[in-house]
Write a protein that binds this ligand. Structure first.
Ligand code: SAM
Length: 418
């Protein structure tokens, strides 16, 4: 049956859970709560100690035992817990016959009190072993990657996610692989509002963008915070693949340093400029819409110095390191620290860290590189991790001084690429 023909019948989730309750004096409720850990009702949205609605008396509370206990004579409850009830009963010395009475307590559960995963298990055929269990949230959008076998149920899955998460207004599914030049997703709206304009907050910074037109990955939130913390106000940062600004904006705002932020995607560039304004860092961040290599050459040609370079295009950033070969003149000190993100697929004996370093050496064609850190950012897939390799360019990559005229005077020395 196709998904659009399927309707979510919420009545199929209704059921009654039969529990056992004990009437205890209100003043002893905390004592029981402390002593009965693990033996009280354990269900989301339901409390184990409630007001007594059977005999409406504020001096009573109903203690609801864990749903695994079913016997009204408490014979399935561990002996030490039964002894504890008896002990409190003795201490209270109450003549009230209602107190310490056990009674059935039935809890009605349904769609609203069930977690999404449980709902999926109930509505998806048993042949589907892996039900959807997680999604990435970007502003009001939940982004899910559905496997082929659940695709016939994609709209219902979307609807359940919206019902279960108040902050989600739209659910999208990734269509195809992320292999576009600008790393944006092709997506299909499964449920909710057909609105992909995000207005969100990450670590106190505000970002606006159209999720279908630019790259954004909420799983990089920690990294967007970690890297800018390495910079200080004397730094000048060149962000080669800046996206909509999640490194550039925190760097300028926190370290108060100047940032040159670039992205080739015209949409990213537009949103980058908007976000720079939105976060009030126009004075520190300059935006560019160029190819990453051209951007670096442009900064050098315009004698715009930079001390830190961010290269977050993990699938191919390492290849872009070639732009630094022979680019700098002898006067360019200190040479910048490069932070290059890369994916390392590791099914070899060699460590991922050394594979990451080697990939940088291979592109630069030299061995004497000073690596300041090789940081494991996150796991992407089995045997595949994302790393941030930070290194200083070796001195022999400085351009050689060349005399442009016959004068030997140091004043007349001009710098030319090798
Ligand atoms: C993985 S995203 C990272 C964006 C941002 N730094 C972040 O963390 O969200 C890579 C970015 O590089 C941009 N890009 C792709 N190829 C590029 C190139 N040749 N030159 C400059 N930017 C490029 C894409 O448009 C995309 O925004």
């Amino acid at each position: 049956m196709s998904d659009s023909a399927l309707k979510l019948d919420k009545t199929i989730f209704e059921k009654e859970i039969h529990c056992v309750s004990i009437r205890v004096p209100s003043k002893c409720a905390n004592k029981f709560m402390k002593n009965f850990g693990g033996h009280l009702l354990d269900m989301k949205k339901f409390k184990p100690i409630v007001e007594d609605n059977i005999i409406k008396n504020n001096n009573y509370r109903l203690l609801i035992l864990n749903q695994k206990y079913k016997k009204l004579d408490l014979s399935d409850l561990p002996k030490d817990k039964r002894d504890f009830i008896f002990q409190v009963q003795q201490e209270e010395q109450s003549a009230d016959v209602e107190l310490f009475k056990c009674e059935p307590y039935n809890i009605k559960v349904g769609y609203d009190s069930m977690p999404a995963e449980e709902v999926f298990r109930k509505i998806l055929p048993e042949s589907i072993k892996e039900v959807p269990s997680s999604y990435e949230q970007v502003g009001h959008i939940a982004h899910i990657n559905l496997k082929d076998d659940v695709l016939p149920y994609k709209h219902i899955i979307g609807q359940v996610i919206i019902d279960k998460s108040p902050s989600v207004k739209t659910v999208v599914n990734k269509v195809g692989n992320i292999s576009t030049q600008f790393r944006e997703f092709h997506m299909e709206v499964l449920a909710g509002e057909n609105d992909l304009n995000v207005d969100m907050n990450e670590h106190g910074f505000r970002y606006k963008f159209d999720y279908s037109k630019v790259y954004w990955n909420s799983r990089l939130g920690t990294e967007h915070q970690r890297l800018p913390k390495l910079f200080n106000k004397d730094d000048i940062v060149a962000d080669m693949f800046a996206g909509v600004g999640p490194f550039a904006i925190p760097a300028s705002k926190n370290a108060k340093c100047a940032v040159h932020a670039n992205d080739l995607n015209p949409n990213s560039y537009e949103y980058l400029k908007q976000n720079v304004k939105l976060n009030k860092v126009e004075k520190l961040v300059t935006c560019y819409n160029m190819d990453g290599r051209e951007f670096i050459k442009h900064l050098v040609e315009k004698e715009i110095k930079f001390t830190q370079v961010i290269m977050n295009l993990p699938a191919s950033a390492v290849e872009f390191i070639d732009v630094f070969k022979g680019l700098f003149t002898a006067e360019y000190t200190p040479l910048p620290v490069i932070h290059c993100y890369t994916f390392i697929r590791n099914d070899q004996e060699e460590s991922s860290e050394s594979l990451a370093k080697q990939s940088v050496r291979d592109v630069l064609g030299v061995n004497d590189i000073t690596f300041t850190s090789v940081y494991n950012v996150r796991n992407i897939a089995p045997k595949k991790d994302m790393y941030c390799v930070s290194f200083k360019l070796p001195v022999n990559h400085k351009r050689k001084l060349e005399l442009t005229d016959t004068q030997e005077s140091s004043d007349s020395k001009k710098l030319k690429p090798q």
